[in-house]
Each structure stands twice: as C-alpha cells, then as structure tokens.
Ligand binder design. Structure first.
Ligand code: NDP
Ligand code: BG6
Length: 487
C-alpha cells in the first residue's frame, strides 16, 4: 500500500544541539526519511546550532555520517542524501552567551516570506530558559514561531512549573511543543483510531467489562552513556511520569468531541487528575545487577551506593465512573529479557459458561503492541476443531501493521519524524500541554517523596530477567499475571 504524503509548508528549523546524540540518532535521520518521502519542500532549511566550530560543509558531512549510521533506511540513496545535505546549514551559537546569534538571525528568513520558523531545543534541560530568553532578546521570536522542547520537562512539580513560567514569559502555549515521543508512535495513534473509529470497542471500554489493563514498556538496554542524568531520575521520572502516563491517558480518557489539540488534551488531563494516590505496597522498584558479562546498574552509573530504580511496577486506580475499581498495572524497566512494549486490555470472563466447567473460563484480551512488530491482536474464544465435545480455545485475531499494510508501514513509523512534521504543520495534538505535565508531576511527586522519606532501596534483579520477583507478586496476588514479556 502506498502511503499518501502531503508536503508541508517551507520552513526554517533550527536544531539547538544539532550535533548531539539525539539529533544525530533520531532527529536528522528522521528528517532525511521525510525528505526521501517527498514531504520536505525544496526550500525548507535545517539549521544545526551548537557551540562547536563548524561550517556548513562540516555539518553536512557530520549529518551524512549520522544518517549512514542511524538512518534505518537500508542502503542510503547517495543522490538523495546529497540533495538533502544541500538543505542543511550550521551556525555556531552559545545558548549561554551572545556569540553566534546575529549570524543565526541573518540566516533566518523574514516572517513576510511565509516560512514556518521552529526552534528545536535538543540540548540539556538547564539550557531551555537560556534559549527561550535569547531567541526573544535577539529578535528571532516573531508571532508565528514555534519551539520544540525535549524531555525531561522538569524534575518535579516545582521545577516543571518554573520552566512553564519561564517559557511563558517569551512564548504563548500555542507556540510550545513539549515532546513525548511515545505520542508519535504509530500504534499509539492507532489506539485512538481503534477506540474512536469503531463501534466495536467503546461500549465495552469500562469497568463493567474490563477486568484490568496492563501497560508494559520493557527494554533490554541499560542506561548507556546517560548515567549521570538517569541516576538522578530513575524509571519513575524517566518513563512513568511521561511515556507510561501518556499511554494510560489515551487508554482511559473519555472520547474527545473532536480530534483537535485542546479537546484531546483536556480529556487526558481529566484522567491524570482522577488518578488515586498509590499505596506504597502497590509499588515495586528494582535495580539491575550484573549478569556476569554486562555491568550492573551501579557500575553503569558509577555510583556504588545508588538507590535509583531502573525498574518500576505499580498498580493504580482511576476514580471516575468509567474506571472505578479497575486496576491499571504499569511496568517498565531496563536490562530486561526482551524489548517489548504492550498495552493489554483484559476483559472480564463471560458471566456464565453454558459449556460447563471442562471447557474452562476464557477472557478476551486486546493487545496493542507498540514495539517491536507494531500491531494489535484480539484474543477470541472459539471451539477447538474436531470431534470430542465442546472444548474452547483462545485464538488471536491478529493485525500486524507490516502484514496488513505492507513494508511501507514500517518505514513511516518513526515517532520523531512524524512529530517534527506536526510542528511544521502547527498541530499540537500529539504534544503535551503545560498543565498536563504539571498534573503528571503532582501525581508522581508524592510517590517519589514517599520512598525517599522511608529510605527504601530498590530490589535487585538479574540483568536479562523479567525484573524483581516482587513485581510478579504484585499482580499474582490479585489472581492475575503479567503478559508481554517472558516471566
Ligand atoms: P548531547 O550531550 O549528546 O548533546 C548536547 C548538544 O547540545 C550538543 O550538540 C552540544 O554541542 C549542545 N550544547 C551544549 N551546550 C551548549 C550551549 N551552551 N550552547 C549551544 N549548544 C550547546 O545530548 P543529547 O542529544 O543526548 O540530549 C539532548 C536533549 O534531548 C536533552 O534534553 C535530553 O534529555 C533529550 N533526550 C535525549 C535522548 C537521547 O536518546 N539522547 C532521549 C530523549 C530525550 P556543543 O557542546 O558543541 O555546544
Ligand atoms: C526515553 C528515555 O525517553 O525513552 C530512555 O529517556 C528510554 O531512557 C527511551 O530508553 C525509550 O524509547 P523507545 O522509543 O526506544 O521505547
């Protein structure tokens, strides 16, 4: 199936931190894929900005190498790469000083030329206020300007509030695009299409028919080179406060009246505000130990006494009519036995089995796979084929996007490229609003303060396992079990 690509308007996209890890691994290869797909107009320009002394040619070479290494496009089309490189520029700019800003200003096209102007803050979060302030003071912030702000958005409620206030001094909410790249994942958007585009699911999507919901984001990687950042954050701040809570919101929210930014974000906000505080007994934190080959967490972050969690599992409830008393189990961790992200909606058993006790009791499960092998599976109960009575088995109605839509479905799924194109189009639906971020911190802050006050240590778990045993106990004691990764 050939996907329909609508080119975006011409733009000047400045990537602060354009030489950094995120830019080289995700942002620039993503933009190259959009270029190859014909979505980037010829007069669009991408301007890398960082302190390093480089000229346009040096930057084009660096980006070319990054695309070869991280491009995910099989063999890179050299002709296309060359054409893409012509649209790249570089200016040496210091976010903390005034060096380079005039040169950047000269390069940018005027508002009258009707070119979308966007600034991507792909630098450490401590530089976000400096950038916002200098964009304004150097006269680069005309009314149509957009800024894209990377995570982490604050470290807690107070710092997130300060950052929101800082940005609001220079930009209005309509200009601020707070990235949560999980919202750009193909399946996450499909979740909304499935819920609100079909009659089939929504009538059953509530406490009356749903037994529980599980969200698992399991990674096999460790903390990599991000030890200093991660050790101050842990899985709760790094993954739950943003990615898992966003997934939870999309699963649990009421149908918005329209698929527009504020309608969707209003509904997500209501979910966060309806979350109950979590009982400390319903939280399991873990930290990976060495499997004999790779480092332990403490070695990775070079902190032999670290009490930061690289794994967390928790059970929470949403106090509203739709979800009263329905448990939501959330789990994420690093160095687990598989890379698998799944949302599972586990429906209740039928109220009465007409087939007798021997046929067993069965539950429908809607499994939404975020990665790998993006797609959805609905488990349905049927009769086991053959003679010998009415024995029931569960079989999957499977829709793998790659199978259903062809290999191109895999090519267009990277979250960053979609989100950047949304910025250029001026569509904020898949970006977090300031009040949402603050509400999310309001929920996670007391949980974090709780374990810090009690001095709790995370439970050790073997790298390459399913996490600490207590995480299995958390759900097993309710007569349920985790899905998604091997236990
Ligand atoms: P890196 O440390 O790899 O890159 C930082 C970039 O910022 C470099 O280009 C650096 O270049 C530039 N920079 C640093 N100081 C200044 C300054 N004073 N003025 C101008 N530019 C400066 O960081 P990452 O790319 O890993 O992360 C960038 C942001 O993205 C962070 O907020 C991070 O939390 C977020 N993020 C990163 C992810 C990842 O996988 N890497 C994942 C999710 C979010 P130079 O030193 O030459 O100035
Ligand atoms: C980032 C976290 O936001 O998401 C990382 O900071 C994590 O720690 C990453 O590894 C996971 O993203 P993905 O798309 O690989 O699931």
């Amino acid at each position: 199936m050939v996907s329909r690509v609508i080119p975006v308007d011409p733009f000047d996209l400045v990537i602060f931190g354009g030489t950094g890890d995120l830019a080289r691994r995700k942002i620039l290869p993503g933009l190259f894929r959009r270029f190859c797909a014909g979505q980037m107009p010829e007069n669009a320009r991408i301007i890398g900005a960082a302190r390093q002394d480089l000229d346009d040619d040096g930057y084009r070479k660096m980006v070319g190498e990054a695309i070869e290494e991280f491009g995910k496009v099989g063999k890179v089309d050299k002709k296309a790469l060359k054409a893409f490189q012509k649209q790249l520029h570089y200016v040496a700019v210091d976010a903390k000083g005034d060096g380079g800003w005039d040169a950047l200003g000269k390069l940018l096209r005027d508002e009258e030329e009707e070119v979308v102007r966007a600034f991507y803050f792909s630098v450490g979060p401590s530089l976000f206020p400096d950038l916002a302030e200098r964009i304004r003071s150097h006269g680069l912030a005309h009314a149509g300007v957009r800024i894209v702000v990377e995570k982490p958005f604050g470290h807690d409620l107070e710092s997130a509030r300060e950052l929101n206030e800082e940005l609001a001094r220079h930009f209005n909410e309509r200009q601020i695009y707070r990235i949560d790249h999980y919202l750009g994942k193909e399946t996450v958007q499909n979740l909304m299409a499935v819920r609100f585009g079909n009659m089939l699911f929504e009538p059953l999507w509530n406490a009356q028919y749903v037994d529980h919901i599980q969200i698992t984001v399991a990674e096999t990687v460790g903390v990599g080179g991000r030890g200093p950042y991660y050790d101050k954050s842990g899985a709760m701040r790094d993954m739950v406060q943003n990615h898992l809570m966003q997934l939870l919101c999309l699963i649990a929210m009421e149908p918005p009246a329209r698929f527009d930014p504020d309608a969707v974000r209003d509904e997500k906000l209501k979910v966060i505000r309806a979350l109950d505080p979590v009982d400390p007994d319903s939280i399991v934190r873990g930290q990976y130990t060495s499997d004999g080959e790779a480092n332990s967490y403490r070695e990775d972050v070079e902190n032999p006494l670290s009490k930061t969690e690289s794994f967390i599992a928790l059970k929470c409830y949403i106090s509203n009519w739709r979800w009263a008393n329905t448990p939501f189990y959330l789990r994420t961790g690093k160095r687990l036995n598989s890379r698998a992200s799944e949302i599972a909606v586990v429906f209740k058993e039928t109220p009465h089995s007409i087939f007798g006790i021997d046929s067993g009791r069965h539950r429908n499960v809607l499994s939404i796979r975020l990665q790998p092998n993006e797609g959805m599976t609905l488990g349905v109960t049927i009769k086991e084929p053959g003679p010998g009575g009415m024995r029931l088995i569960d079989v999957p109605l499977d829709m793998s996007f790659a199978d259903a839509l062809g290999p191109e479905a895999e090519e267009v799924t990277d979250a960053y490229e979609r989100l950047i194109m949304d910025v250029i189009r001026g569509n904020q639906t898949l970006f977090m609003r300031g009040d949402e971020v603050e509400a999310a911190w309001s929920w996670t802050d007391p949980l974090i303060e709780g374990w810090e006050r009690r001095g709790d240590s995370p439970k050790p778990y073997d790298a390459g396992s399913a996490g600490p045993d207590d995480a299995a106990f958390l759900i097993n004691k309710d007569g349920r079990r985790w899905r998604g990764i091997k236990s």
